[in-house]
Design a protein around this ligand. Sequence first.
Ligand code: 6PG
Length: 243
Amino acid sequence: MIKVFPDAKELNKFAAETFIKIGNSAIERRGRFALALAGGSTPKSLYRLLAGKNFKNKLDWKRVFFFFGDERNVSPDDERSNFRMANENLFAPLCENALNVFRWRTELGDARKTAEVYEQSIKRFFGLAENEFPRFDLILLGMGADGHTASLFPETEALRETEKIAAVNWVERLKEFRLTLTFPAINNAAVVIFLVTGAEKAKTFKEVLRGRFQPEKFPSQAVKLIKGDLIWLTDEKAAQFLA
Ligand code: 6PG
């Protein structure tokens, strides 16, 4: 499903309402809401909205278990950290004393170790057997202007990962290691919501949705849920070439 909004404000309102609906339904059915947050800048305003007076009392946050779709290989208080962004815009403003947050332990100082530890924490939380993948109730994703999502960048090794849940990914263009959930983990989710806004993504967005299937070049194309709902929330600027 693709929904186009006039601006980020309308998009965020719909996204927050959908988030709360998915969360309450997961809590009703299983007693908990397990989700993976997106990083980058687009979700900041959505996180602030969720933590604000119109939404914060609509969900039992003690039953919410926060994971991250990806992370930069930096310390949690680094300005590039996705954890820090979520903490500043969601966790801290929620003012809940005991939130259940599973962040990538980048302080271990070894990206491979961080990914292994994260994978173990996911397996433990979901009670997974060998070769099983987690089924997040919701995964929020962004899309870069190059078509990447999470930290699954074009022409990088992690795109081809079929066994791991959490992986290290060397990104030549950035000259850095990134940490990311893999496509098997993402595609096993019950719901994935992409948040894509801004004119700078319009050309790529059209390629991702309407162009030839070439996931090495446009990794976001490889998000194809096994049994779940894929929702694209976008604004008119990013969707300008879709018509
Ligand atoms: C990250 C994100 C990444 C992000 C896209 C879009 O760590 O940067 O997880 O996948 O969602 O790069 O970023 P913006 O929202 O800043 O455009």
